[in-house]
Design a protein around this ligand. Structure first.
Ligand SMILES: Cc1cc2nc3c(=O)[nH]c(=O)nc-3n(C[C@H](O)[C@H](O)[C@H](O)COP(=O)(O)OP(=O)(O)OC[C@H]3O[C@@H](n4cnc5c(N)ncnc54)[C@H](O)[C@@H]3O)c2cc1C
Length: 492
């Protein structure tokens, strides 16, 4: 089918609001939260349900056109960044909560439902959806599923994979695979397990089934103020070693506090603190009282200057709104933000945070830290201006050095933001060519043409070649290597 006829067919399936081909409308889909890498999609398709998605994907398969699935585009690793000559299929018109079943504590939703909307809808049943990325006011549950997203309360509740029970899946050829019927002990291969965290490479999720969790009887929010960032980190390492179980443990450093306090997210964090620890403790009222007492003792031993406890639900919300608005607040420092995402072994939190700080200082970059300390999931946030190529180069170099430091010390490349385009080549820091070829085997089985999000997640070159470049990030000048038609990981 020639491109004009194909465009007409797609438009007839999706209607005028579901098919975008004008340059102005396509422009807002040219990147995700990793603004360094941009590409305008040939068309943007916004199906309203599974059937429309499948019909479009059949036509795109016949035409051999690559697809970048997309939710809200809040990803930070370039996962939803379009592919040159490809289309974006966006789920934001699939926004219906299809069912909440309070007896079985599950919800069935379309993939474009915004994370926070599910908890709001479940509240009247005394339930909530536990994974709470800080982007939860905007990101979609489909994006969370594809990235296996976590969040501040991941320390207690785990990431998305712990809460997903089923998915309606459209594969690369447009076939619908119904995995929505929750089974206590599914027979055969754990296909759902394979799809969670697959970063849009195996097809599109159009519907999802999630577990819901009872709202705890009591929640207490604590704010501990520290004279140094290192002391805050050490107290987290110690409280975990002692088996304490807050539901969330977040650290904000001085620069983050300053940015938040000068913004609309101002939460009342003390402006003179070097670092604060923000924690939730939940459970029965008795459990909470006991845990808070133990925590307060431990934090004092680690040199907390002051400890506060939210005295009302409003204050609690404000303290968390400050944390969740922190990235937005950093817009006050510079026009762009590079959010690194690495995992440090919890015993080495302070050491790796110090390395990140020193690396940025050495490269003359402004770096603020705000992170899920309980998970060891660090987010050094580097403010920069992407119009300055030298700054961009230094930002990427800093990102790479921080990743190297984590991996060398037994940590990991990514905690929750995925690999996408950003860390595709850094996979060589953790894996050999053989490891990567094995990781590519499921992809070759599920998407033999490799049209679903090609060029993402797995290096397109061998690791020896990747290591000759520094920083590794593909294409600071236009990422021409994103996808050049070569078989990805075809070494298997
Ligand atoms: C301010 C801010 C705070 C953040 N905080 C956190 C945090 O605390 N924890 C965390 O884990 N992440 C966080 N993130 C990252 C991001 O919000 C998550 O990765 C989120 O899950 C992305 O959802 P999205 O709908 O925006 O997906 P997108 O960015 O649109 O897509 C993300 C990936 O999923 C794929 N995808 C999207 N929808 C589908 C689908 N229906 N089927 C198949 N593949 C699909 C895309 O191809 C892409 O690879 C944050 C981001 C920002 C900007």
């Amino acid at each position: 089918m020639d491109p004009k006829a194909l465009a007409r067919e797609l438009q007839s399936i999706l209607g005028p609001d579901g098919f975008l081909d004008s340059p102005a409308k396509r422009l807002s889909y040219e990147s995700d939260g990793l603004g360094i890498l941009r590409e305008t999609p040939q068309w943007v398709l916004l199906p309203a349900d599974t059937q429309e998605t499948a019909r479009c994907m059949v036509l795109l398969a016949e035409a051999g056109i690559p697809i970048a699935p997309r939710g809200a585009g809040t990803g930070l690793s370039g996962g939803a960044t379009p592919i040159a000559g490809g289309v974006s299929i966006v789920t934001t018109r699939m926004r219906r909560i299809l069912e909440i079943d309070p007896e079985n504590r599950v919800a069935r939703v379309q993939a474009g439902v915004i994370n926070a909307e599910l908890s709001r809808a479940a509240e009247r049943h005394g339930l909530f959806y536990a994974p709470d990325p800080s982007s939860q006011m905007a990101c979609t549950l489909g994006g969370n599923f594809a990235e296996n997203s976590g969040g501040p309360h991941g320390f207690k509740h785990g990431a998305t994979s712990r809460h997903v029970r089923g998915a309606m899946w459209v594969n690369h050829a447009g076939q619908i695979i119904d995995l929505t019927e929750p089974a206590v002990d599914p027979e055969g291969l754990d296909v759902l397990g394979l799809l969670v965290g697959s970063e849009g490479m195996f097809g599109m999720a159009t519907e999802l089934v999630f577990d819901l969790v009872p709202i705890p009887e009591s929640i207490e929010t604590l704010l501990a103020i520290f004279p140094t960032l290192g002391a805050a980190c050490e107290s987290v390492t110690d409280l975990i070693a002692k088996g304490m179980q807050p539901s969330a443990i977040e650290i904000l450093d001085k620069l983050t506090i300053m940015a938040v306090e000068q913004s609309v997210f101002a939460a009342g964090y003390p402006r003179d603190a070097e670092a604060v620890l923000l924690m939730d403790v939940d459970g029965t009222a008795n459990e909470v009282r006991g845990e808070v007492r133990s925590l307060q003792g431990l934090l004092k031993e680690h040199g907390a200057i002051e400890q506060r406890s939210a005295s009302s639900e409003e204050e609690r919300r404000k303290l968390w709104a400050g944390r969740k608005g922190a990235y937005g607040a950093m817009g006050r420092i510079a026009p762009d933000l590079y959010v690194a995402d690495v995992v440090a072994p919890r015993m080495r939190l302070a050491e790796i945070v110090q390395i990140a700080t020193d690396t940025c200082a050495e490269l003359k970059l402004v770096c603020a830290n705000v992170f899920h300390a309980g998970d060891g999931n660090l987010h050094p946030n580097i403010s920069y201006d992407r119009r300055d190529p030298d700054q961009v180069r230094r930002v990427l170099l800093a990102g790479q050095r921080i990743m190297e430091a984590c991996v060398e010390r037994g940590g990991s490349l990514t905690g929750e933001h995925g690999v996408g385009l950003e860390k595709r080549d850094h996979m060589c820091l953790m894996f050999t060519d053989v490891d990567l070829a094995v990781q590519n085997l499921p992809r070759l089985a599920l998407d033999p043409d490799q049209r679903m999000n090609p060029g993402k997640m797995l290096p397109v070159r061998g690791c020896r070649e990747v290591r000759t470049r520094s920083p590794y990030l593909p294409g600071m000048a236009g990422y021409e290597e994103q996808y050049d038609g070569k078989d990805q990981g075809g070494r298997a």
